[in-house]
Design a protein around this ligand. Structure first.
Ligand SMILES: Nc1ncnc2c1ncn2[C@@H]1O[C@H](COP(=O)(O)OP(=O)(O)OP(=O)(O)O)[C@@H](O)[C@H]1O
Ligand SMILES: [Mg+2]
Length: 229
């Protein structure tokens, strides 16, 4: 689903964020991208949704080379990818429902359909009673769940999350991770950048560790049934 071949990223003038990264992530995998601050985690995610272009190398998503895309191609790529951020990035003036629905409307889903879909997602995610709430009246964990619903509204192949639990307490972080595991059950590929080693230990079935822009480790672990509580 995600393939990187000899990918290098240098930010001008000469900040080398990634060096010769080779990676393959299969459909439906649940993967942590670990590594200390500055290791290149965010850069790698940005390359995958084409916010940045690699300096060298090739990236394939679902078999398609994304290193050469025109703006229509980029728009199509981004429809296949749901994004989740540490700081949620919800629009404060819109309700939870509107935040989720808008993400579908901007790619052409009729308003009614997008609202119905948004409501269904919020219900599944346990926010049925808060669909009308403005983001700032929700807890951090609830806001992140709205953001995850938004990431899912266009049925993406891949969900990319950058430190999604960074602003959450332990309980909300656990809830968020359980939600990601549930999303993965229907075949969505999930890649989570995090430097929270405790969280990674508890939930990571595969951990790709970056160090100074290189893949330092790629550990596959068998997920213990029930170990995630
Ligand atoms: N826009 C930019 N311009 C120049 N250098 C950058 C830019 N973005 C990132 N870098 C550099 O690239 C390297 C990797 O940064 P990146 O943000 O990918 O790391 P990270 O692993 O996400 O770190 P953190 O855990 O702190 O979020 C760092 O040395 C950083 O200073
Ligand atoms: Mg980062």
């Amino acid at each position: 689903m995600i393939q990187l071949f000899h990918v290098t990223k240098t930010y001008p003038p000469k900040s080398q964020a990634l060096t010769d990264v080779h990676l393959e992530i299969g459909k439906g995998e649940f993967v942590f991208l670990a590594g200390p601050s500055g290791a290149g985690k965010t850069t790698l995610l940005k390359l995958l949704f084409r916010e940045e272009e690699p300096t060298e190398g090739r990236i394939l998503i679902d078999g398609k080379n994304i290193t050469r895309l025109n703006s229509r191609g980029i728009a199509r790529l981004r429809r296949e990818i749901g994004l989740v951020f540490q700081e949620f990035k919800l629009l404060p003036r819109l309700s939870a429902l509107e935040n989720v629905a808008l993400a579908a409307e901007v790619v052409g889903m009729p308003r009614r359909e997008s609202q119905t879909k948004a409501y269904q997602l919020l219900r599944e995610i346990g926010l049925r009673d808060r669909y009308d709430a403005k983001p700032l009246t929700l807890s951090g964990g609830e806001q992140q769940r709205v953001a995850i619903a938004r990431a899912l509204v266009n049925d993406p192949l891949i969900v990319l999350a950058d430190e999604p639990t960074g602003n959450l307490d332990a309980e909300a972080a656990d809830e968020t991770m359980r939600l990601f595991l549930k999303i993965r059950e229907n075949g969505t590929t999930i890649l989570i950048a995090s430097h929270d080693l405790e969280l990674i230990k508890r939930y990571g079935s595969r951990v790709i560790a970056l160090r100074q822009g290189r893949v330092a480790d790629d550990l596959h672990r068998v997920q213990q049934e029930g170990s995630v509580g």
